[in-house]
Design a binder for this molecule. Structure first.
Ligand SMILES: [Fe+2]
Ligand SMILES: [Fe+2]
Length: 366
């Protein structure tokens, strides 16, 4: 049954990650411990698929699910709240903690008022665990991505549990044996934020709050993707600050994205004229890119919508050529796509050209 990965990322701060390649859940447990007393907080406790593994894992970590005291919930999505009612039943001492705007939805799970604790009812956003003296902060991050979204900053470990903020659609491609992010993790983070964060303004307000925390977080633990630590904390905050997301991308459609769809249609027409790459296979590969069908919407054999930035989409197209074209044809199809992008004045990321084109064989002359 133990298919989840469990790792201690800070003192008594555990990540419990489900196994799906894409869009898995990171559930966290923090045990506040002192002088034989402990208060256990489970954060965003996952879906039905996670419940049984959690029962087993919590038995190992804290002697049983009944020892959970606080169910901290960042927002109302089903990947976060599905198990709240089951936890309240299995852990008789526990209560669910969330913002008023989140609790309004959580009530629908038939949870009595006495088992709910709204963060707005506390005098301060810095709270103390009375039995142990530990402190943690609650950070309101409105519209990232729900109205009542919150994050939890554990002052003992300097780890911030950020919910969907900093979440990655998937984890990095290499170094799968560790839960920590590397540069490759950015790809999943950027796609996830472009799709699910509603606006750059909302994102920047949240990032400003996190950047001004005292002391600065050492680690960011999101509900999806990799755990961010070290220099990447500052790097990814900066990158997210400059990222266009949600409604900004949608309203840019008239220009870049529309042109991109035109380029794709023409490229697919060219594929249909040759036997070397099957157009259907190309479209299927784009659809299955990152196993997340909504980044690029395809109906029948036409691209009808692109929900990520044009730069991100261009990468996906080149990756698809790389995946399905035979080695000898790769440069030809790459060149066809580059020409079309050039013709419509769409920017081709420089790094991509460096990666995709094979270097000339300079040793043919003497
Ligand atoms: Fe969510
Ligand atoms: Fe989520």
């Amino acid at each position: 049954m133990k298919l989840h990965t469990v790792k201690e990322i800070g003192e008594n701060f555990f990540i419990i990650r489900s196994q799906e390649k894409d869009f898995h859940r990171n559930i966290y447990l923090k045990s506040f411990k002192k002088d034989g007393k402990s208060i256990n907080m489970i954060m965003d406790p996952g879906t039905r698929l996670d419940f049984e593994p959690l029962v087993e894992i919590l038995t190992d970590l804290i002697g049983g699910i009944e020892n959970i005291n606080i169910i901290f919930v960042t927002h109302q999505d089903p990947d976060v709240t599905f198990n709240v009612r089951a936890f309240l039943t299995a852990s008789p001492k526990s209560f669910v903690m969330a913002s008023v705007d989140t609790l309004r939805f959580i009530k629908m799970l038939d949870i009595p008022d006495v088992r709910q604790q709204a963060i707005e009812n506390f005098k301060s956003d810095e709270l103390t665990i009375k039995p142990t003296g530990h402190r943690f902060k609650i950070i309101q991050i409105p519209y990232c991505h729900a109205r009542g979204a919150i994050a939890m900053y554990d002052l003992e470990t300097k780890i911030i549990f950020s919910g969907d903020l900093f979440g990655g659609l998937n984890t990095k491609k290499t170094s799968k044996d560790t839960v920590y992010a590397n540069e490759e993790s950015w790809e999943g983070i950027s796609i996830f934020h472009q799709i699910y964060m509603p606006s750059k303004h909302a994102l920047q307000v949240a990032l400003d709050k996190i950047s001004s925390l005292e002391p600065m977080p050492k680690m960011i633990a999101p509900q999806h993707g990799d755990v961010i630590k070290g220099e990447l904390v500052g790097d990814f905050i900066q990158k997210l600050y400059n990222l266009s997301v949600g409604i900004e991308i949608m309203t840019k459609k008239d220009t870049e994205i529309e042109l991109l769809i035109t380029v794709l249609k023409k490229f697919i027409d060219k594929l249909k004229q040759t036997n070397n790459i099957d157009a259907k296979k190309f479209l299927d590969t784009i659809k299955n890119e990152k196993n997340f069908t909504t980044a690029i919407s395809i109906i029948k054999d036409s691209v009808i919508d692109v929900k990520v930035s044009s730069k991100e989409a261009i990468y996906i197209f080149f990756e698809a050529i790389d995946t399905i074209a035979e080695e000898k044809d790769k440069n030809i199809y790459t060149a066809i796509l580059v020409n079309l992008l050039d013709y419509y004045n769409l920017p081709i990321p420089e790094q991509l050209l460096k990666d995709k084109f094979i270097l000339p064989e300079t040793d043919v002359l003497e």
